[in-house]
Write a protein that binds this ligand. Structure first.
Ligand SMILES: Cc1ncc(COP(=O)(O)O)c(C=O)c1O
Length: 478
């Protein structure tokens, strides 16, 4: 059955709300969504329908306002409602709506590739566009395998990644992902991926099986990095192609790198000729106050994968950025990287990205994040006076707040409690109180925060106050 007479104009939508709800329930398969929560027959709520955005705020179909505490999904760096980005899209669509990058090029992709390369550290000069982050992750793995086949090390194909880390949902990216529960329904996945420990220093005792307590961050970082060397040696260096690491690991609730961690990883990768892939799908384009997270933490990857903030969400786009060395074998004779996506580097998306990066420069977005990140941290740290808040961690405009049952022992919630607390209460209550963000229990339960990069103290305060109200209620209900 095709769609009926629904309107797509937010201002006219209120009269059609019932129809929209019905159509959502009957036809829209939402992503990572437990659909029973929206089924009236199972006591479900209505589907939250967002119709409009303005600055740091979102508005639902009833006209209610929400602070966008997650920049959509770590995407809306410049916030919502920017006419300059919308106009850049319209202009490009009028001029050249589509042309693939399959042996042809268009000016927007060329200019954007040069621009992105100019920001990327070192000789990360070669930009392969994709439609999103997962495709960039896939592309990097395929490049790693192909590169080693062309350069006399054909056995190098395996990938290491960190425990609990999320790298996407396509079969290769999911295989690299370190979340067994998310992978189980789709096994067997692509073989040849292995986990190494993450840098959760709050739970350093658990991560190191009691070896370190996290009081010496440098020692913990050294230990965590050295586990990558152990894994490479266990697998055999001649079989390992790459290690995937986010500058700040999102899943599990924002694990920044301990001092020296990435420098040690770089040494290990050099020693074993393993490619270091910095998965910056979240961390690039201002989230940490720099164009790339690698810049913030002072390391040089072989590949960067990015997406999301590249366009601030005004159009979909991702990219894999590789060093000159990695492209070199593909520049000779009849060698071809047999890989591509119809919509990778779409002209409209590339034009939007250029306008987005112009705004980053003109409005000093990275500087703003660096100037105010301390205020954001201090405001969130006020929540540490609540008994349920165990840890507040992150960098830039990217934070995780870990919830615990017992602060002294760091005891976490069991599965039933997580179900009741996160799904049964917190997610709904935060939204009802006007804060769109995410309560996540892929690792220990955390609230994830990544607001648009235009936020100021008034937004930080609003986030803190809503969290305080809701977390106090959550604690009282336990
Ligand atoms: C670190 C990381 N890598 C890859 C992805 C996958 O990106 P996408 O959803 O655009 O495919 C994500 C998505 O959140 C991510 O956070």
């Amino acid at each position: 059955m095709g769609g009926t007479n629904s309107t797509r104009d937010g201002t006219d939508m209120t009269g059609d709300l019932d129809l929209l709800q019905q159509q959502a329930r009957d036809h829209l398969w939402m992503h990572f969504t437990r659909h029973s929560t929206y089924d009236p027959a199972q006591g479900g709520a209505e589907v939250p329908v967002i119709v409009r955005g303005e600055g740091a705020y979102l508005y639902d179909a009833h006209g209610k306002r929400y602070l966008d505490g997650l920049a959509g999904l770590f995407v809306s760096q410049l916030g919502h409602g920017r006419t300059d980005l919308a106009e850049a899209a319209a202009k490009q669509a009028r001029e050249l709506a589509f042309m693939p990058l399959w042996s042809y090029a268009h000016p927007a992709a060329i200019e954007l590739a040069a621009r992105v390369a100019s920001y990327a550290p070192g000789d990360l000069n070669r930009v392969f566009f994709t439609s999103g982050g997962g495709e960039a992750v896939e592309t990097a793995w395929k490049l790693a395998k192909n590169y080693f086949k062309l350069t006399g090390k054909p056995g190098k194909h395996k990938v290491l990644s960190r425990s609990i880390a999320y790298h996407g949902t396509t079969q290769g990216a999911l295989s690299i992902t370190g979340l067994p529960v998310m992978k189980a329904p789709f096994e067997p996945l692509v073989p040849s991926t292995f986990r190494v420990p993450n840098t959760n220093i709050y739970r350093a005792g658990e991560v190191t099986s009691g070896l370190l307590d996290g009081s010496d961050p440098e020692a913990f970082g050294r230990w965590a990095a050295d586990q990558i060397a152990v894994a490479i040696e266990n697998e055999g260096a001649d079989t390992v192609a790459a290690v995937y690491l986010e500058p700040v690991q999102n899943s599990g609730g924002c694990f920044p790198p301990p001092p020296g961690y990435f420098q040690r990883v770089r040494e290990i990768c050099d020693e074993h000729d393993v490619l270091m892939v910095s998965d910056e799908v979240i961390c690039a384009f201002g989230r940490l106050g720099h164009m790339f997270g690698a810049e913030r933490y002072g390391y040089q990857p072989d590949i960067i994968t990015c997406a999301k903030g590249l366009t601030s969400g005004y159009a979909p786009l991702g990219a894999m950025i590789a060093t000159d060395r990695l492209m070199e074998p593909f520049l000779r004779g009849d060698t071809t990287f047999l890989h591509g996506y119809t919509f990778g580097g779409h002209p409209v998306s590339a034009a939007v990205a250029l306008a987005n990066l112009d705004a980053f420069e003109n409005e000093k977005v990275n500087e703003h994040v660096r100037d105010t990140e301390g205020d954001f941290r201090r405001t969130l740290e006020k929540l540490l006076d609540l008994p349920i808040v165990g840890d507040v961690r992150g960098d830039g405009f990217f934070y995780g707040i870990e919830l615990v049952k017992d602060k002294a022992t760091k005891e976490s919630f069991d599965d039933d409690e997580c179900e009741k607390l996160l799904r049964g209460f917190l997610s709904k209550a935060l939204y009802e109180n006007g804060l769109y963000c995410r309560a996540d229990d892929r690792g220990d339960p955390v609230i994830q925060l990544a607001p648009p990069l235009i936020c100021e103290q008034e937004h930080f305060d609003e986030i803190e106050q809503i969290l305080r109200t809701v977390l106090e209620k959550a604690w009282a209900q336990l």
